[in-house]
Design a binder for this molecule. Sequence first.
Ligand code: TXA
Ligand code: MG
Length: 319
Amino acid sequence: MISSTHISIAAQYIRDGRLVAFPTETVYGLGANALNPHAVMKIFELKERPSFDPLIVHVATVEDVKKLTITQDERLDILAEKFWPGPLTIILPKSEIVPNIVTSGLQTVGIRIPNHPVALDLIRQSGCPIAAPSANKFGKISPTRAKHVFKQLPGVDYLLDGGKTQVGIESTIISLNDKGFEILRHGIITQEEIEQIIPYHAFEQNKSNNIVSPGMLKSHYSPNKPMYLLESDLPSTIDRSKAGLLSFSGEETSGYKVVEILSQDKNLRTCAVNLFAAIHRLEEANIDYILAETVPEKGIGIAIMDRLRKATYKYQPIK
Ligand code: TXA
Ligand code: MG
């Protein structure tokens, strides 16, 4: 496990412009000094991430958030009070100090204060904001354990092993418009929870296929094996005895070669925590493909189905 010495060394790596993978409460991040464009460039290179996909910046205090944005929006303080530190990213107009490479040239920046002692300590000791996407190759499964990071990004300069992450899926991302907030990525903080403190208002145009958040791609989180949703039209050649099942509740598991049960008691929070680790194991198992049960699309279920749809997207049978 991590000692304070490890964190001090990692902070020195960040100050030196190198890459550090570190745990947050959601997934592991691949961090660099957000104010150093050369260091940030290395994130894009190691992840093989296209330069049009901007990064989230992590800080430890609301005071530091305000250095990165020019907003005077009072909703920021209301949201910060309720959800930070925590798995909520807010898209805000950026200040001059944020390099263009971090935001892929956008005038906005995504910011969050993570709720993890190691992440917070690393940010404080580094003395700078840390830009960090999830620590996986672009488009692949997100890491919820240090070994997942090592599997995909063995070239990282330093890896802080903080064990299993507690939330398991990435932060909810919201943006603010004149009338309310919109959700760009679903997470365990749901629309209902946010609506308790500020109004929700999605612009009509965003409901169409326009990509407002560059990362809202249809295919993402893809395992290296074909993966299908059980509710979809499965290819006729599917043989369950050669398949791994990603099961929501463990109720109907017979006939599969391998079974991963996400939550015996159908708890969506537990499903989220276990989701990516289960897909990582299925990716490594001796099976030909992965079949995934769907979960009810309500509350946290929306975020889980978002991940499953994107993970299966590129393997959808052609109609
Ligand atoms: O939980 C998380 O958010 C994790 C941990 C490490 O904090 N980070 C994470 O980062 O999931 P990443 O890069 O895998 O996903 C960030 C998403 C991308 O889809 C990106 O397009 C979007 O946030 N994003 C970042 N800045 C944005 C901006 N200014 N406007 C719109 N979308 C933005
Ligand atoms: Mg990611």
